[in-house]
Design a binder for this molecule. Sequence first.
Ligand SMILES: *Cc1c(COP(=O)(O)O)cnc(C)c1O
Length: 437
Amino acid sequence: MTDTFRAEEARDFGFETRQLHAGQRPDPNTGARAVPIFQTTSYVFEDPESAAAYFNLQEYGNTYSRIMNPTVAVFEERVANLEGAMGGVAFASGIAAQAAALFTLLEPGDHVVSSAALYGGTVNQLKHLLRKMTVELTWVDPDDPDAWRAAVRPNTKAFFAETIGNPGGNVLDIETVAAIAHEHDLPLIVDNTFATPYLCRPIEWGADIVVHSATKFIGGHGTSIGGVVVEAGTFDWSNGRFPVIADPSPAYHGLQFHETFGTYGYLMKLRAETLRDLGGAMSPFNAFLFLQGLETLSLRMERHVANALTVAQFLDGHDLASHVTYAGLPGSRYRGLVEKYLPRGAGAVFSFDCAGGREGGQNLIRGVTLWSHLANVGDAKSLIIHPASTTHRQLSDAELEASGVRPGTVRLSVGTESVDDLLWDLEQGLTYVSKAA
Ligand SMILES: *Cc1c(COP(=O)(O)O)cnc(C)c1O
């Protein structure tokens, strides 16, 4: 293992301390205080015996950077620490992380139950990739506990949901959904990208596996694509439902991951088999940039949520805006869940409907100057997009409605600028909407 944050044994450090220090000690060879970028594909073995021990997973050591890398390892440990997880594995993207989290526990013929209120890229992934692997999928309304329960089948292997869903701002009742999963001996996988571990730690509420697109708030500056999977380490993979983890693995010369590694069985299989075979490893340079992002995560999130609330309140009271989905608004249907799971704020991504329908939304995009028109979220810079003319362009108005997007819907990712400037720019952008209307 990499250096763990050993001082932790002496004291329970706060989040702001751990986002700077967890998973790292200054480099013993050079004294370097920052995490060095180990830009190397491979590592010299001391002798044939230790090389063999590494490859047999009898000893844990660096072999090849598709499987592990010291810079990436600090990032993995730091996210695991912040999420209250046992460990983690990083990937080249959030989408790769999700695929790997699922592939590690699925076999052909299995079944997954997923929230229907998800990031669009995840909807595509679950719909098409699982089918190619002959895994069945049931979409459920994440807000309806009975729907989760009713969807379970004998071949179900996991529940999947987002802490804060897209685009409706649904807040998951994590504790309730985790309890239903556990009634059926199933793990709950939560995509915590929109909340980040600063605003919510799903494992504290019963989630078993947490996935992130580090591309968003963790990186925080719109520079790099990456993802990570962390596991609580409390799920019993020997409960009879997961021979894929408990039985001898044909993909690793008959190794029994659960029996050999105990609570680390899932994470070891995720790394030694899934990452090995799917590839999609995080590059050391990107891990370095994500570590830079993590150092200021709490500071940025405080400003993100404060600005998001101000912008949401401004739009909520505006004649040319309606359907503001920010879960942090006092009138939100998710208010109780926000108080429970997101007491520090309900994230910084939400949508609203611009007056004037499709043309109104497009005019707003034309009118703003400070908000960047692009398809990303979680940048320190404020972002805006009109789904009906971009991400959801191929859909008819009826299909748009079914996916929770109306012709005038505009999605915002509120950044950390001076909030008065953000309001000023929206106001002057909205004058283009009113001129056309
Ligand atoms: C962006 C995103 C993903 C996919 O992550 P990539 O890093 O773009 O592959 C998954 N889930 C959510 C909630 C996202 O915002």
